[in-house]
Design a binder for this molecule. Structure first.
Ligand code: NAD
Ligand code: FES
Length: 275
């Protein structure tokens, strides 16, 4: 069992939890993920590691309450225990040796973009961050992202905070002013698609972190199949990071919507149980 040591609500729908998991904390690297099950009958949920502390033996996860399991997990408090917490899974991010990078987070994707920016910052890379949210009330991790970047460009779709517009609006401008040799983009699939379309003509290497449906997380079930550069890849063992210019985003969007009705049904049942 894995004890929850700390819990913070980052906004109405996003929760951060720090979990006592010393074996994972010892080995995990930026870009890797864990799979958890809240009890022995629970579904398996993959979550990219948002932070870790090797000395304290802790792993931090950040999740949005989008499904029945995450809704239930959000009710857990410090002292409660999670049945399974398996990892680190997937390949660590291969940053190469960039001099100047732009790291882009969209909404709750900032939870994963932040550790990437932090890792680059600790490598001595010059990092600009662009973080986009629908509105001011759901902005997360602003001080953390500022601490690991030279410049943090914040956007909101409605203009209630930072610059009005999408992350791609700022990216287009920065690409005319700055010279980046790496872009990392993590957020909704359309965002990663349009970031990649923006960096491709500029010839900037772009990594995206994909979040397809996952079941076993070990390359056996085929659930996380994605097409990259015309080849079949499994995000859990070949990724979750891939070359953003080669991903078939439209297929990923179609596959991720397969179980939308079942998930909505499970959410309604979960809500009834807690009413
Ligand atoms: P959102 O829909 O509110 O979008 C966040 C920001 O992304 C927007 O403010 C905008 O700046 C940008 N964006 C969105 N659509 C865009 C487009 N078409 N073109 C350019 N920019 C665009 O995000 P949310 O509701 O917080 O959802 C976050 C999403 O991120 C979820 O779909 C979740 O599954 C995904 N996610 C992915 C990962 C991953 O590892 N890839 C991790 C966590 C979350
Ligand atoms: Fe089963 Fe990747 S989650 S193959």
């Amino acid at each position: 069992m894995y004890r929850i040591l700390d819990k913070r609500r980052l906004n109405d729908q996003v929760v951060q939890m720090t979990v006592d998991a010393p074996f994972i904390a010892r080995k995990v690297q930026a870009g890797q993920f864990i799979i958890l099950r809240i009890d022995e009958r629970g579904e398996r949920i993959p979550l990219t590691v948002a932070d870790f502390d090797r000395a304290a033996g802790t792993v931090t996860i950040i999740f949005q309450t989008v499904g029945a399991t995450t809704q239930r997990l959000a009710t857990f408090e410090p002292g409660d225990e999670i049945a399974d917490f398996v990892g680190p899974l997937g390949r660590p991010t291969e940053f190469g040796a960039p001099k100047k990078a732009v790291v882009i987070g969209g909404g709750v994707g900032c939870a994963i973009a932040y550790p990437q920016a932090k890792a680059l910052h600790e490598m001595g890379v010059s990092v600009d961050m662009i973080a986009g949210f629908r509105s001011k009330d759901i902005v997360i991790l602003e001080p953390e992202m500022r601490a690991v970047s030279n410049h943090l460009y914040l956007t909101t779709d409605d203009g209630s905070y930072g610059e009005k517009g999408f992350v791609t609006d700022v990216l287009k401008r920065l690409l005319t002013e700055e010279s980046y040799d790496l872009c990392i983009a993590i957020g909704p699939i359309p965002m990663m698609k349009f970031v990649s379309k923006t960096t491709e003509p500029a010839g900037v290497k772009t990594l995206v972190s994909l979040n397809p449906i996952m079941i076993d997380g070990t390359g056996m079930c085929g659930g996380c199949r994605v097409t990259v550069g015309g080849e079949v890849k499994f995000a859990c063992v070949d990724g979750p990071d891939f070359d953003g210019h080669l991903v078939d985003y439209d297929e990923l969007m179609r596959r991720n919507s397969f179980y939308r009705d079942e998930e909505a049904h499970a959410c309604r049942l979960e809500a009834q149980i807690h009413d």
